[in-house]
Design a protein around this ligand. Structure first.
Ligand code: CIR
Length: 284
């Protein structure tokens, strides 16, 4: 299974009006719902135009953060693990994702696995980074060791390693895969600490190239790489240089400014996966 080749993207049908009340670590400027909706639509269009079929999950205004579907499911190939989010107010969001995935599961050949021990094991998909060689998981306020055990049980054939994340919401708020074996990571104290932990602990460390990104803005090292295309936050002005590191088929900027106000990055808007069987029956 190619780790960065995907057929489908799970996304929220649209941004809920309650997004303005989403969880956030800091005080922030009010969210412009129109701009957030435009960014979300632009991201969905970008995914579609780059070959992905969208599986849309119903939004629910009683869950202000439900657009951040990444936290609710982790996919490797056709296996999808339903998480138990660390924030209590977000736990119920998993129900809509479970429901939608079960609707399409037979058609797409999905293997849906539940997080067990929901009383004690917590894990957000934003803390889970599949490098293509192993799965790195951030230990944060949202993800604990028992949550990592559940993830490992769901993917028993894949090496899972943890890193402590001392700043920002999630591991992927600090680092993501830019392209195969290339880890884009924020050049900050917490970003460098994560890099050093990977270098010390990962059996694959020598295979990785670390690209440190100097930025004062959160989430600029958060990009989405799939099917040899990269989607990135255009507010990061140094990105042109990074595009020289790999022969990308395409590079697309999608603004995430409104989501960033409540700690949301680009990756958080989707879960990319592959089915076992192709289908033409989805509404796209
Ligand atoms: C939260 O605090 O849960 C949301 N306001 C933001 C979640 C962002 N998730 C992600 O980047 N994976």
């Amino acid at each position: 299974m190619e780790p960065f080749t995907h057929e489908y993207a799970l996304v929220c049908r649209r941004v809920p009006a309650s997004l303005v009340d989403g969880l956030s670590m800091d005080e922030h400027e009010p969210i412009d719902l129109t701009k957030a909706t435009q960014s979300h639509e632009a991201y969905k269009t970008c995914l579609r135009e780059n070959g992905l079929k969208l599986i849309e999950v119903d939004f629910d205004d009683s869950y202000p953060d439900c657009v951040f579907v990444e936290d609710l499911a982790v996919a490797v190939g056709n296996r999808i693990f339903l998480t138990n989010p660390g924030a209590e107010s977000r736990r119920g969001e998993v129900d809509a994702v479970r429901h939608r995935l079960h609707e399409v599961s037979a058609e797409l050949g999905l293997d849906i696995v539940e997080c067990g021990n929901r009383g004690e094991a917590f894990i957000d998909g934003g803390d889970v980074c599949n490098t293509g060689r192993e799965i790195l998981v951030g230990l944060t306020t949202r993800t604990n060791a028992k949550g990592v055990d559940e993830l490992q049980a769901a993917f028993p054939d894949i090496a899972v390693a943890t890193c402590k994340v001392s700043a920002g919401l999630h591991l992927k708020s600090l680092m993501t895969m830019l392209c195969p074996d290339t880890i884009l990571i924020e050049d900050s104290e917490s970003g460098r600490a994560v890099r050093d932990e990977i270098l010390t602990k990962s059996p694959f460390a020598e295979n990785y190239r670390f690209v440190l990104m100097a930025t004062t803005q959160p989430c600029h090292a958060n990009v989405v790489y799939f099917n040899d295309v990269v989607v990135y936050p255009p507010a990061y002005i140094g990105f042109d240089e990074l595009l020289k590191l790999h022969t990308f088929k395409g590079a697309h900027g999608v603004d995430t400014e409104e989501f960033a106000k409540i700690d949301g990055c680009l990756t958080c808007l989707s879960v990319l996966f592959s089915g076992k069987r192709k289908t033409e029956k989805l509404n796209n």
